[in-house]
Design a protein around this ligand. Sequence first.
Ligand code: GDG
Length: 472
Amino acid sequence: MPKTIIVSNRLPTKVQRTENGLTFQPSEGGLATGLGSIYRQDGNAWVGWPGLFLEDAAEEDFIAEALRTDSMAPVFLTEAEIQEYYEGFSNSTLWPTFHYFPQFATYEPAHWAAYVAVNEKFCRAVLALAGPEDTIWVHDYQLLLLPALLRRERPGCTIGFFLHIPFPSYELLRVLPWRAELLHGLLGADLIGFHTFGYMRHFLSAVSHLLGLPTQNGLIETPTRTVLVDAFPMGIDYERYAEAAASDAARAHERTYRQALGTGRVVLSIDRLDYTKGIAQRLLAFGQLLGRYPEWVGQVSLLMVVVPSRDQVPQYAALKQEIDELVGRLNAQYRTIDWNPIHYFYRSFPPDELAALYRLAEVALVTPMRDGMNLVAKEFVASKADGRGVLILSERAGAARELSDALVINPTDINGLAEALHQALVMPADEQAQRLDTMRALVKRYNVFSWAKLFMNQLAYSKMKQHTLAPD
Ligand code: GDG
């Protein structure tokens, strides 16, 4: 019976070397949850990097065996590969380009060579498992070449690809020296999915401009096959976030925070440290709010969680310094003896504390410069069972297409952002409830499980279409 193989850069389990030996830590990420019921089914598997560098061959066998019992197959990468394929081409070339920060992109032929080699390594790992008629679902920008590599070796397989970050306009993509190779890599798939129709349109336009292939109604005609392209906005495990927010643990944490903060109102901001997230602009807007509306001084605090990320990379280190300085300046300017304008945490929180923060916050400030989707926006909405809370959301997050009942802002417009903050803080309770109700219904319905199911159904359909079109 044909099986399904999921492929992503990281496995949904992190293997770590500790004093007590190897530990296996399952991921709590949305993708792992959404695809759990697929890859754990009999015979199915998830292929990816387990997150550690091997010390010897015995370790390799031990890890592979342990992961096999949980339907996973590791692709082991060396430090040099991670440096050049992951930190290099994926995060220093593709990430900035696809998020409209070409000024941060590097174009290193050695990084490209490593990217090709690691995609080939992933291909070999998948081929070791895949039969001629299997279904393979490849994820994200680290593996853009994999669909075509797989297609060459397994022409009869059903291959899907989903991109979790934005797909940029043709004008951005054309900057990349390897743009045509990347597009050809993707076109090995039967179905290519994006979070929004906007990203999908950019992709179709790039294929038509750069490769000269005819595209119509989400179909691309290559000389040998038809490729289907569609939008699949990813959701969250709604019930998990709703239940976590209602749990005793979250309530207890919320009480502790409340005691510390007094009656002050809380605006929440949560991101990984990244220049795509608009963190500095958000701080400037909060400063403007306090300057322009002095009635909020002493009344409203910004609780800002920045999860450490890539802070050895110069751009990230510079951003960290900018944030540290802005927080210091604003706190020094506005703080009173018993009130702090900004509570800044440079670390991550355990899930039940995160749930407490979502409960506590009256306003969530989600203002990325670019973001494929942004799940924090959806998690905030799912946590607000009492109908109180306002989401301020960047128009350049994929989530804004669905969550149009948020206060949708332009993140570069600091004035507009400060005004939106004020508007959120004075919004009548019934308007908050109305907006949240609509968004909650949507987040509940289009959750991560329906997302995975829709993609898999469409993938099966795209293959069927392929058979219908194939000449006898
Ligand atoms: C990529 C795309 C797209 C954050 N801080 C803590 C914590 N988190 C969790 C959040 C959320 C996740 O991390 C972040 O999700 P995002 O969607 O915002 O961003 P990426 O992970 O960078 O994801 C993105 C996504 O793929 C899915 O396609 O939406 O646009 O960039 O779940 O809750 N979790 C815990 N403590 C923290 O301090 N436990």
